[in-house]
Design a binder for this molecule. Structure first.
Ligand SMILES: O=C(O)CCC(=O)C(=O)O
Ligand SMILES: [Fe+2]
Length: 304
């Protein structure tokens, strides 16, 4: 196998589990089509994300929450820095998290969402998209469980009310004055359980394969690029790989264009103990709760 596998989520999960598992253990990535997220919802979401990032700088900054670690609302251009990177990423983004009912036991760990008053459909559209991502994620996790030899619903309880986050990303046209070495998104691994990414058909996303070569990830329009995060890597003792990836700068005409994408970072519930699975070979790391693991990693990237 020398390239990321594409699977249709409309097929019976037993039929795709093995292909998916192989792609995740070799590349940490798979392309998933027929994922069930309606295309008209994706189109509306992309239009709204574009409309938000086109708002005046001052308006956008009014949705930045100082001291909030970027967990909700707007994070301006030049804030996030990848682990071990020296310069900031060339991106701005908006985060939407889970809306918990008042008094929920995790309420202290998940800040309430905020919504841009300028875009009345924003809240409804992204609330719907969040639950559609969650549904697709549930199906992908069932296929992963089958491939790992676990009960198909193994992950259901592990991600219930997890601290999942949807990120609307905007990489503006390349600035003339970008710091030396700055790229749209520096090489990093995702922290969470699995990531479901929409919008990566615009070139730039690359993964680092086991041979140490950068390989483009190019899903067709509307398909998901799905990748394993550090938490699932740790649970499976690296059998499912959290693969380093990045978004490189375009050249020529494309450098004058924006790139937009929408990753959904699916997380375990905060008190889930990431205790390496006996069914995966090798020795694992110490058990750690998902919340403690997240805090450690957010500190490293300057967001906590
Ligand atoms: O924009 C992309 O295609 C990927 C973004 C990404 O890897 C991330 O935000 O973690
Ligand atoms: Fe990522």
């Amino acid at each position: 196998m020398n390239c990321v596998t594409t699977v249709s989520l409309a097929r019976p999960l037993e039929d795709i589990a093995e292909d998916l598992g192989k792609s995740f253990s070799e590349f940490g990535f798979a392309i998933v089509c027929d994922h069930g997220i309606p295309q008209d919802l994706i189109d509306r979401a992309e239009e709204l994300a574009k409309a938000f990032f086109a708002l005046p700088e001052e308006t956008k900054k009014s949705y930045h929450i100082p001291g909030g670690g970027g967990a909700r609302g707007y994070t301006p251009f030049g804030t996030e820095i990848a682990k071990d990177a020296e310069v900031h990423d060339l991106k701005e983004f908006w985060h939407i998290g889970r809306s918990l009912p008042e008094g929920h036991p995790y309420a202290d760990l998940m800040a309430p969402n905020i919504w841009p008053a300028e875009l009345p459909q924003f809240r409804e559209t992204f609330t719907t998209l969040f639950s559609e991502f969650e549904k697709a994620g549930d199906r992908i996790l069932r296929a992963i469980a089958i491939d790992l030899g676990l009960a198909p619903d193994y992950f259901v309880d592990t991600v219930k009310d997890g601290n999942s986050v949807m990120r609307l990303l905007h990489y503006p046209p390349l600035p003339e004055s970008a710091p030396e070495g700055a790229i749209r998104a520096a090489a990093h691994g995702d922290i969470n359980t699995i990531t479901l990414l929409l919008g990566a058909e615009e070139a730039g996303l690359e993964l680092l394969n086991k041979q140490g070569e950068w390989v483009p990830v190019s899903p067709p329009k509307g398909a998901l690029a799905v990748n394993i995060g550090d938490m699932l890597h740790r649970l499976t003792k690296g059998h499912l790989r959290s693969t380093t990836h990045r978004v490189v700068n375009p050249s020529g005409e494309a450098a004058k264009r924006s790139r937009y994408s929408m990753p959904y970072f699916l997380h375990f519930r905060p008190d889930f103990l990431i205790d390496p699975l006996d069914s995966c070979p090798g020795t694992g790391e110490e058990p750690i709760t998902a919340h403690e693991f997240l805090l450690q990693r957010l500190r490293e990237i300057g967001l906590a």
